[in-house]
Design a protein around this ligand. Structure first.
Ligand code: EPZ
Length: 422
């Protein structure tokens, strides 16, 4: 197993190019199932989750030609509609094939993803919505078995909660359904917007893109013909590098980024004393010697993203004063707290809120990554800590950060990937 050895205290400088967004690429890869022709995707991030989902497509019979950032996918040859446990258990986002498989083939079996480190993460809202579109769903032997032999029909869906994956699954299912589907309380994250635009570009009429109210006119079963898609920049990767600049009191420039998508993080960083130069597709963060504390609550886009909560906690740990961080989306997304405390942080948890008292110094230690964003928070804290930190179990990082140690090294960080000796 690999780990990262990081010697803290180095100033960063220079520029970093932000990769394509993992969470935009995953639903877009799943959406290619809606087509029986070749689709080309570019600006894919070079991360494990993308390779896992592409592998699932090949297991279903799709043809995939994948280099680091480009994939040519031809799902004309799909001969199986079963997404097996071995893949789905590696990555929850595999559940995104449920809607498109059911819509195109009238049946599918997808392994239940199970719980995950950050919370229970049920899929009840996905299933309920598909049932209202006429699907018959049964859960047996750890699999969701879904059938709609005569195709799905448009329906009025009202999500009880805003769900990114649920919205994506239903938008994909609705694209091939008969008639119009409306989704109330839809997610409007940039990743959902790009998926809707891809489907709309293939000729499906979608109203309300970028709002909480979507209306999708399905093709009645006719597969789609997609244009080439270039994946949008990863707003969470971008936010993480801004935090790297802030925590090391450095000036770094992010290229190939959409500043509008990371406004919530920029606003919070400004409230902590950071300043920026911002253009259409680049952001420079300037050094800030003393970070002010921050209060934040995670909510849906355009609010402050749960996927940036852990990284901001790393900043709060060395801010001058007390910060309050409330996690509203996932019930167990605080596993980085005990690891940050191992580095010398002073964080107290009460329910869904963390009270963080800023400390003068962090000190290097052995810490363990528990989920993707928690891992990046540990890396950030290590960049600011005195001495050496070993971040273990970094397979979490490899799932979603494209060449994190390469990009940080190029900015001047002292970070090396090593192999555990046992
Ligand atoms: C997506 O997960 C992202 N993953 C997550 O990114 C992100 O944290 C999350 O959205 C919130 O922004 C991908 O895009 C692949 P949800 P998703 O459905 O779709 C509850 C990362 O680090 N819920 O919007 O699974 C759920 O438990 C990750 O890159 C139900 O109750 O999130 C949660 O509390 C991790 N029933 C809330 O809704 C359901 O059927 C929001 O979850 C579905 C969701």
């Amino acid at each position: 197993m690999d780990y990262l050895e990081i010697v803290g205290g180095k100033k960063l400088s220079g520029s970093v190019t932000i990769s394509g967004a993992k969470n935009a690429a995953l639903p877009i890869i799943a959406a290619t199932i809606l087509s029986d022709k070749e689709v080309t995707l570019s600006n894919l991030p070079n991360v494990v989750d993308i390779r896992t989902l592409l592998k699932l497509l090949t297991m279903l019979g799709g043809e995939v030609d994948h280099t680091e950032t480009v994939a040519h996918i031809d799902n004309g040859s799909i001969h199986s509609t079963k997404a097996v446990y071995e893949i789905v258990s590696q990555m929850r986002a595999s559940i995104l094939v449920l809607g498109p498989l059911l819509a195109r083939f009238g049946e599918c079996e997808v392994s239940l993803p199970g719980g995950c480190a950050i919370g229970q993460r049920p899929i009840d809202l996905h299933l309920k919505a598909l049932e209202s579109m006429g699907a018959h769903i049964e859960i047996k032997g750890g699999y969701v078995r879904a059938e709609a032999p005569n195709g799905l029909t448009g329906a009025k869906i009202i999500f009880d909660k805003i769900t990114v994956g649920g919205t994506e699954n239903i938008v994909m299912a609705a694209a091939l359904a008969k008639g119009t589907t409306t989704i109330t309380n839809a997610a409007k994250e940039p990743e959902v917007v790009q998926l809707c635009e891809m489907i709309a570009d293939a000729g499906v009429k979608i109203e309300g893109i970028g709002t909480n109210e979507l209306s999708i006119e399905g093709t009645g079963g006719k597969p789609l013909n997609f244009k080439r898609v270039e994946i949008i920049p990863d707003r969470i990767e971008a936010g993480t590098y801004l935090c790297a600049g802030a925590i090391t009191n450095s000036s770094i420039t992010l290229n190939k980024v959409d500043p509008e998508h990371i406004k919530a993080s920029i606003d919070k960083l400004e409230s902590m004393g950071c300043s920026f130069d911002i253009s259409d597709d680049s952001i420079t963060i300037h050094p800030v010697a003393d970070l002010k504390p921050v209060n934040l609550i995670t909510i849906e886009y355009p609010g402050f993203p749960t996927d940036m909560q852990a990284q901001f906690m790393a900043l709060a740990v060395i801010a001058q004063g007390e910060s309050l961080i409330e996690e509203r989306l996932f019930e167990n997304r605080f596993m980085h707290v005990s690891e940050l405390n191992r580095l010398g942080a002073d964080i107290w948890l009460k329910g869904s809120t963390a009270a963080v008292k800023g400390v003068e110094n962090l000190y290097g230690a052995d810490v363990m990554a528990t989920d993707l964003r928690a891992s990046s928070a540990l890396v950030l804290a290590a960049l600011a800590a005195e001495g050496t930190t070993n971040v273990r179990r970094i397979y979490h990082l490899d799932r979603g950060y494209d060449d994190l140690e390469g990009k940080l090294s190029a900015l001047g960080a002292d970070i090396v990937r090593k192999k555990e000796s046992h």
